[in-house]
Design a protein. Structure first.
Lengths: 233, 410
């Protein structure tokens, strides 16, 4: 199967005042199209940094990142934004919905940014909310939704532009076990039905076990890799 | 998006918008009052002077007042652009009395010998407005036309009527002349040259031709816009340019109009300061808003919004404040104008002190705001411009935010 994400010796450090904190210290791996990958590691291991780099929110200090055949380092800020818009969907731990917008407005936002007409955006957002099982909640604002529901809205938003890659940063980290599990099942289902590549960053081994492959990240380096029994071949 | 963002911060947005409203309303009302004032002054001046009539005086400050000869009148008449020129003889120390035993002196302080037919052509509006009778034809001798206040005392009945005789005493003429009243003019109400309230007119042929020297020539021009040119041509017909002075009402009007225009501009410029203050308010609020919404901006960027999309979003919020504030401001400006006009009008009434004997009764000043479309447009566009300029800094700040940092922002 085609490689969709490729990282080669990626390094990234952050400056915290006068101290330079290395977040990633030479990370290399590949993700195949349609794969459900879990990145497992304790907090501070560089998981979020890794996700931000793959999600083109940031650039590496060193190394190479290829997303769907495009070398991230060679793209301008505008082109990166375009890449995020068309090819990448984000799901965050704290949902990151816009509090002032209703569920459906949140979901249609990427379409509106992409310049899709209001009417079409509305229809597609509606369809997407139905897909994540929230058709009864379209006109609620985030504060009127439970954590699990908010995360479903976030997933619907991540998928609305039909991206090739969905990046999830601790998607269950702020949910109770039951809702968290439902979210994982939803992502698995979408991965199987829609065929998108999922990269899920988590520190929860149970969730990681549902993936096709697990990468273990510690202190900014990949320590190992495992294929759980539950995953696809 | 921009609308949702504004409506959810209702108090803050409305206060910001209020700043724009006040700014626009102030500009519009000051411009409207300035324009109204200008129109009023202009109208009064038009009433006081006939724009197409040049007033030609013999002499100047340099030479002192002289006299015109019939040849001078002819010279003025021959200038191209002069439709009609008529001389006036002002008779010094003439006194007019009622024709009776205990004669009452009429308040005709200026007695002039004129050509009635020509005067009527020159100042038709003025001389056709009569209380009684009408201006006699040139052929009639021994007739007199009286100004309103010469014979109407304290706004009651005139003490003489059309058809009555009056006597005129002229210094140097040993006997009294008798004239029949042909017309009594309406009250003029204006100040300026054509206030004939205290004038009496007698026919020019009362004075023998060989004795005639004229104090004044009135010249009607065919095109008031060319008044200055024509005045120059008239001057050129005289050997000594100081021997005549020409009052050109149009030029005078233009000058006054220019000064009033400048005052209006000055007032409006002051008003624009209030709009600038509103702009600073917008900048302040938006900067705070950008800080508060840092995380939101991070989210927008994460889901693929380009920097310029974020910029456009924040600018459109500023623009919306400008448009809403501008529209409300226009209406508020109309209201404010009428309010100000009403309260200011009270201060503009002439004081009724009769310190000057001949003071004319001027009509109370009326201040009506006039709304020139271009000023409304300027105020509106300026409001929008201010909003965009002051919104630009915070909007750029928002657009430049690093998405990763913005997402971490608590």
């Amino acid at each position: 199967m085609k490689t969709i994400v490729e990282l080669e010796n990626v390094r990234k450090a952050y400056r915290m005042g006068k101290v330079i904190v290395p977040a990633l210290r030479g990370v290399s791996f590949e993700v195949r199209e349609g794969e459900f990958l879990a990145v497992l590691g304790p907090s501070g291991s560089g998981k979020s940094t890794l996700l931000h780099l793959i999600g083109c929110l940031d650039r590496p200090d060193e190394g190479k990142i290829i997303i769907d055949g495009l070398d991230v380092l060679k793209l301008s800020d505008e082109e990166l934004a375009e890449l995020r818009l068309r090819k990448i969907g984000f799901v965050f731990q704290f949902f990151n919905l816009l509090p002032r917008l209703t569920a459906i407005r949140n979901v249609e936002l990427p379409l509106l940014i992409a310049g899709v007409s209001d009417k079409e955006a509305r229809e597609r957002a509606m369809e997407m909310l139905r897909l994540v099982g929230l058709e009864a909640r379209v006109n609620h604002r985030p504060t009127e939704l439970s954590g699990g529901e908010q995360q479903r809205v976030a997933i619907a938003r991540a998928l609305i532009n039909n991206p090739k890659i969905v990046l999830a940063d601790e998607p269950t980290g702020n949910l109770d076990t039951k809702s968290g599990w439902e979210i994982v099942q939803l992502m698995k289902r979408l991965n199987e039905e829609e065929g998108q590549t999922f990269i899920v960053v988590t520190h929860d081994p149970h969730i990681a076990e549902t993936a096709d492959r697990i990468l273990y990240l510690r202190d900014g380096q990949i320590e190992g890799e495992k294929k759980p029994r539950g995953g696809k071949a | 998006m921009a609308w949702e963002s504004l409506t959810q911060r209702r108090l803050r947005s409305s206060l910001t918008t209020l700043g724009v409203v006040v700014g626009v309303a102030t500009i519009i009302s000051l411009a409207a009052l300035g324009e109204g004032f200008r129109v009023e002054i202009k109208q009064r001046m038009q009433e006081g002077f006939e724009l197409d009539v040049l007033i030609i005086i013999p002499g100047s400050f340099a030479t002192g007042i002289g006299k015109f000869t019939p040849e001078d009148v002819e010279a003025v008449r021959n200038v191209s652009g002069v439709e009609l020129a008529t001389p006036i003889i002002t008779i010094p120390d003439a006194k007019v009395y009622t024709y009776e035993e205990n004669a009452t002196r009429l308040k005709a302080f200026t007695v002039s010998a004129v050509n009635f037919t020509e005067m009527l052509k020159l100042l038709p509006h003025r001389l056709n407005a009569t209380l009684e009778g009408e201006i006699p034809s040139g052929k009639e001798n021994d007739t007199i036309v009286l100004g309103y206040k010469t014979c109407v005392f304290n706004d009651t009945e005139p003490i003489v009527h059309v058809g009555d005789n009056v006597t005129v005493q002229i210094t140097g003429i040993p006997f009294n002349l008798t004239f029949r009243v042909a017309a009594i003019l309406e009250k003029s109400g204006t100040s300026g040259l054509t206030n004939f309230d205290y004038w009496a007119f007698i026919p020019l042929n009362t004075i023998q031709e060989e004795q005639r020297t004229y104090n004044l020539i009135l010249a009607k021009v065919d095109d008031p816009e060319k008044s200055e040119e024509i005045a120059r041509s008239i001057e050129n017909n005289f050997d000594n340019p100081y021997s005549i002075s020409i009052l050109v009402p149009v030029a005078f009007m233009r000058e006054v109009d220019r000064i009033l225009g400048f005052i209006q501009l000055f007032l409006t410029a002051i008003a624009t300061i209030s709009l600038l203050v509103a702009g600073i308010g917008i900048m302040n609020i938006m900067t705070v808003s950008v800080m508060e919404r840092t995380r939101e901006i991070g989210i927008l960027k994460a889901i693929g919004a380009k920097s310029r999309t974020v910029l456009a979003l924040f600018l459109s919020e500023a623009l919306l404040v400008g448009v809403i504030g501008g529209v409300i401001g226009i209406f508020a400006g109309y209201g404010l104008s009428y309010g100000l006009a009403y309260s200011l009008s009270r201060f503009l009434q002439p004081t009724q002190q009769d310190t000057v004997f001949r003071q004319t009764e001027t009509q109370p000043m009326e201040l009506n705001p006039v709304f020139p479309f271009e000023w409304i447009l300027i105020a509106f566009l300026f409001a929008i411009l201010v909003c965009i300029i002051f919104g630009l800094y915070p909007a750029r700040k928002a657009a430049k935010l690093d998405p990763v940092k913005a997402l971490r922002y608590e």
